[in-house]
Design a protein around this ligand. Structure first.
Ligand code: KIV
Length: 306
């Protein structure tokens, strides 16, 4: 596989060399039939874990509006908020391709505005590609001409929630499936390097994947795509609503965090945290000078026993 070693990448956080995943590397994975792994991430700690686990593509998704910021859909998140999170992810990730989602409103006006906003993600936040929803062929061409790699996103596009009348599976008829395939091919011709297919029947995603020269990454699109993506918070049960049909929970971070926090609360309430070992101490001489001996001795004895 033709993965490139970026001389300036600086290696992993432990100093070992890393082979950076690039857009051409993802295309090569499709050619070789090697599944592409992708996940969303929005902050330094989780991005670092995701990257160190060997995920190929990290998407700073506008889903952060819902899973991190608590909005009811993705529409409210701003360019500045997305930039803030993309910077944190960029600082953590050494190997995976970092893709930034362009938020609603940031590419729906003129091509020049869309281009200017995309440039901010690359220049100010270190994104290596941007993702845009819908068949915006002219914009994809302009971004590609400006050397900004593009990830397209078709099918159930959450920024179209009001037009779709909710989050509904798309392309369920022969006509709409054909239209989706045409849109996908047109985006690829315009320069998109990867295509996310969300909420479409397995058969439609399979047919598009077979015809498209670029990799497809599915979410609720069945197992025949070239890769899969999930929202990180869905994967580890940090979302508070019943999961969609396509979500598989691989861990229960909510239970883990709840238990750890409850245990901490109990320990503080019972003065079992912090212990003497978890405390800093004055040297003996300074302690003697600070606290009269008669007072200090019994208190220290009690703490040490605990
Ligand atoms: O914002 C998002 O999380 C996405 C998905 C493809 C998962 O767009």
């Amino acid at each position: 596989m033709s993965l490139t070693n970026f001389p300036g990448a600086g290696g992993s956080h432990t100093g070992n060399p890393v082979t950076k995943v690039t857009m051409p590397a993802l295309a090569e994975m499709k050619r070789q039939g090697k599944p592409i792994t992708a996940l969303t991430a929005y902050d330094y700690a989780t991005s670092r874990i995701v990257d160190e686990a060997g995920i190929d593509m990290v998407l700073v998704g506008d889903s952060l509006a819902m899973v991190v910021l608590g909005h009811e859909n993705t529409l409210a998140v701003t360019v500045d908020e997305m930039l803030h999170h993309t910077r944190a992810v960029r600082r953590a990730v050494r190997r995976a391709l970092v893709v930034a989602d362009m938020p609603f409103g940031s590419y729906h006006g003129t091509i020049a505005d869309g281009l200017a906003n995309a440039v901010r993600f690359v220049k100010e936040a270190g994104a290596e590609a941007v993702k845009i929803e819908g068949p915006r062929v002219e914009l994809v061409r302009a971004l590609t001409d400006a050397e900004i790699p593009v990830v397209g996103h078709l099918g159930l596009t959450p920024q179209s929630v009001h037009r779709m009348g909710g989050y509904r599976v798309q392309a369920r008829t022969a006509d709409t499936a054909e239209k989706l395939k045409t849109d996908a091919l047109t985006l690829a011709e315009a320069g998109a390097g990867v295509l996310v297919l969300e909420g479409v029947p397995r058969e439609v995603a399979a047919a598009i994947t077979a015809e498209l020269p670029i990799p497809t990454i599915g979410i609720g699109a069945g197992p025949d795509c070239d890769g899969q993506i999930l929202v990180f918070h869905d994967l580890v049960n940090l979302t508070f609503a019943p999961p969609a049909k396509f979500v598989r929970r691989y861990g229960d971070a909510a239970a883990l965090i709840r238990e750890a926090v409850a245990h901490y609360r109990e320990d503080v309430e019972h003065r079992a945290f912090p212990s003497d070992e978890e405390s800093y101490h004055l040297p003996e001489a300074a302690r003697a000078a600070l606290v009269p001996k008669a007072e200090a001795a019994p208190r220290l004895r009690t703490i040490r026993k605990a």
